[in-house]
Design a protein around this ligand. Structure first.
Ligand code: PLP
Length: 404
């Protein structure tokens, strides 16, 4: 399919902002949706909307089937053993909170350690901090090197007999660093420590196989991979999901309830209290089918060439400082120009139809480590083009002198 045809799949890309063509470089925050995903949402509500799992009636059975086959699509997409490894959540954030709570309840106690890294999104910091506060455990942090790569020597040293779990981003949403998760997991497993991988910024940009990297938990958000908001995924190995307690109580997660005692449902329902977003799950499955048809390897290659092109062109600008120059990057390019505040640059680019994100990108400790006010972040999706980067550069060459 030509890029022109592919872009036609995304209705919002035909919109104008301030009378100009939209250049959307904020895909790390959320991606735009193809028509097939929008249609799927509409079909869900117009053809088979009924609460799932509970009804004997026709519509409820259709909805249940759609939700459960969506679970299978997700399992296949990330290489899970089977659909019972897949728990639907509201997104990455809820999935991490679920594990921080449920794993933490069972396995983390006073003096134990939880290991994260400097480059984590707040979603992968705060739930662990809350757990450590509750349990009097200690949060340890693997430092980042100046170029944006993880300090693997420090990681080896920080992994200890006290470590109960490691939680790490597969790809940094600020630096674009692709972390060596296979090595991180292997080293942790040598000490029998499980690893949660935050895949929010990896699943949309590269082929991912959770069993290949041997992740114990892997989480991502639907809205960052061309699916709807409000639905996300927790993958977990059965050996862990079976032994940790439920996160929330309510309907669906139970086997039997009396006032004295409740027994819990089998996997994955034990972790899905209440009515799930069954319209969202089916639309997410549609998004995964869509990217699967294009091919994640093709998407990866295309976005890699955009990163290389953007990085080379950015360097034409005097005072350019790229934040994050790891050997392996994905999805994003963050930068600063001279003493210009990222917010001012973002505001002026916006007026020229270019959507970038500015600020701390929900990773304040990382921004503090670099001692900067934030960054301007371009983040790419499958529909972005070199021509858009050229438009962005034209805009930069106008606005940078205005702000200098
Ligand atoms: N983790 C990373 C690396 C992210 O980039 C994000 C969102 O930007 C999140 C977690 C949180 O995702 P969500 O807000 O969809 O739960």
């Amino acid at each position: 399919m030509s890029m022109e045809d592919l872009r036609k799949d995304f209705p919002i890309l035909q919109e104008k902002v301030y009378g100009r063509p939209l250049v959307y470089f904020d895909n790390a925050a959320t991606t735009q949706k193809p028509q097939c995903v929008l249609d799927k949402i509409m079909t869900g509500y117009t053809k088979y909307n009924a609460n799932i799992h509970r009804g004997v009636h026709y519509l409820s059975q259709l909805a249940t089937e759609a939700h459960e086959s969506a679970r299978q699509v997700v399992a296949d997409f990330i290489g899970a053993l089977d659909r019972t490894n897949i728990v639907f959540t509201r997104g990455t954030t809820e999935a991490i909170n679920l594990i921080a709570f449920s794993f933490g309840e069972q396995f983390v106690g006073e003096g134990d350690e939880v290991l994260i890294t400097t480059m984590e999104h707040h979603s992968n910091i705060v739930p662990w901090q809350m757990l450590c506060g509750r349990k009097k455990a200690v949060l340890r942090v693997v430092p980042v090197l100046e170029n944006g790569e993880l300090d693997m020597d420090a990681y080896r040293h920080l992994l200890s007999d006290k470590t109960k779990i490691v939680s790490v981003a597969h790809v940094s949403n600020v630096l674009g660093t692709v972390n060596p998760v296979r090595d991180i997991i292997r080293l942790a497993h040598e000490k029998k420590v499980p690893v949660l991988v935050d895949g929010a910024q990896s699943v949309p940009h590269m082929p991912v196989n959770v069993r290949d990297i041997d992740a114990d938990f892997y989480v991502f958000s639907g809205h960052k991979i061309y699916g709807p908001t409000g639905v996300g995924v927790l993958y977990g190995k059965k050996e862990w999901l079976e032994v940790i307690p439920p996160y929330q109580g309510g309907g669906e997660m139970i086997a039997n309830v009396t006032f004295e005692r409740t027994t819990y449902n089998e996997l994955p329902y034990k972790f899905e209290a209440g009515t799930p977003d069954y319209i969202g799950s089916t639309a997410l499955a549609e998004a995964l089918r869509y990217v699967g048809q294009i091919g994640m390897d093709k998407i990866e290659a295309h976005e890699q060439s955009l990163i290389q092109y953007a990085t080379a062109r950015l360097k034409e600008i005097e005072g350019m400082r790229i934040i994050g120059e790891a050997g392996q990057k994905s999805g994003v390019v963050s930068f600063l120009v001279g003493k210009i505040h990222p917010y001012d640059l973002g505001m002026l680019l916006d007026k020229m139809g270019i959507a970038v994100r500015t600020g701390h990108h929900c990773a304040q400790p990382l921004i503090d480590y670099y001692g900067i006010p934030g960054t301007v972040r371009m983040s790419f999706g499958l529909y972005n083009t070199e021509a858009e980067i050229d438009m962005f550069m034209q805009a930069m060459k106008r606005v940078v002198p205005m702000l200098n």
